[in-house]
Design a protein around this ligand. Structure first.
Ligand code: ADP
Length: 314
């Protein structure tokens, strides 16, 4: 069975519970919740019973321990998580605007998660995996990008597969070197999972269908476009499959795309047909938005089955 690897930030997140123009207005704040896009993704993979591991770095503090405990409990191999003495675990604060958009304050670059030195042990963890999931956020942190690229190279050399979620937050878009790294990763990608308009950062095409056709031509095997409450579409050589989102009440959108990705990758690696993988990924994304806290809405198979049996599409 495939073993999934991801590389990147492991954080705690503090979440505003009311909307407001600033953090002082959006009170009370609650948390800390385990977080970090790669951590949420891999937690979802682990919860579905697919073997998986994460390479990252945390401080020798309660925040790091909170993440280790959660990831371990959900079946993630955390032997590649380095504990940095004297450094702090990364953090993020999030509040919501009236229009539903989010404002983040991140402490990543100067926290333990901002770097990940090469080690023989990290290399051994890479060698033990057969699929790599790349998050754009890991490519945007200069101290992490080299490890992500090393992992891609190792997995590729060992005959493994690659999935890629650009996950491009506006504040990282101008990171020096990011553009080249994104293009380089896309050229090696088997399964591409952009959200909203992200696909248009990689092609001059005017429509989603044309963009997908071009990327398939360029060698990507499967493409899944996520569209929040408007569902998702899958494209491959066999054609196009659309799936409506599942009708739920959105409480907290953070982590939806990571949960969707974790579920899609698990089903894809296990040979599910596109419609089955899309349906379960939609359910994972939908369940994620019904829970406050980014990693609180990761799902087991039984939880996905219950949601699918009891809800309608939007
Ligand atoms: P990202 O977090 O990467 O921007 P999206 O917001 O597109 O990703 O959400 C990923 C997936 O989660 C969607 O394709 C959909 O399946 C599900 N999802 C997100 N928001 C909702 C919602 N409000 N209702 C139902 N499903 C949702």
């Amino acid at each position: 069975m495939a073993k999934v690897l991801t590389v990147g930030e492991i954080l705690v997140e503090i979440v505003a519970t009311t909307k407001g123009d600033g953090f002082r207005e959006a009170q009370p704040l609650i948390g800390p919740f385990p977080s970090g896009a790669p951590a949420i993704f891999i937690d979802q993979v682990g919860k579905l019973g697919t073997p998986c591991a994460i390479l990252g770095r945390i401080g020798d503090d309660d925040f790091g321990q909170l993440n280790l405990d959660r990831l371990r409990a959900d079946g993630v191999d955390v032997s590649g998580v380095e504990i940095a003495p004297g450094e702090s675990t990364g953090s993020a604060f999030v509040r919501y605007r009236e229009d539903g958009s989010r404002v983040f304050v991140f402490n990543i670059a100067n926290a333990a998660c901002g770097t990940l030195p090469a080690t023989p042990h990290g290399r051994a963890v890479m060698d033990g995996c057969t699929h790599m999931h790349v998050m754009g956020t890991a490519l945007a942190a200069p101290g992490l990008a080299a490890r992500a690229m090393e992992a891609i190279e190792v997995i590729r050399k060992n005959g493994g597969t690659l999935s890629f979620d650009p996950n491009l937050r506006p504040e990282i878009l101008n990171t020096p070197g990011l553009r080249e790294a994104l293009d380089n990763v896309l050229e090696q990608t088997d399964l591409f999972l952009p959200s909203g308009d992200e696909i248009f950062l990689f092609t001059e095409a005017q429509t989603e269908a044309e963009a997908a056709a071009e990327l398939l031509e360029r060698g990507v095997r499967d493409i899944v476009i996520k569209r929040g409450a408007d569902g998702a579409s899958h494209f491959n050589a066999g054609g196009r499959t659309d799936a409506a989102a599942i009708a739920v009440e959105e409480l907290d959108p953070t982590g939806a795309g990571d949960c969707f990705g974790g579920a899609f990758v698990s089903f894809w690696l296990n040979g599910a047909d596109p419609a089955t993988a899309l349906t379960h990924a939609n359910a994972a994304g939908a369940r994620a938005v019904t829970r406050l806290g980014p990693m609180e809405g990761t799902s087991t198979r039984a939880e996905l089955a219950t949601l699918l049996a009891t809800t309608e599409t939007a």
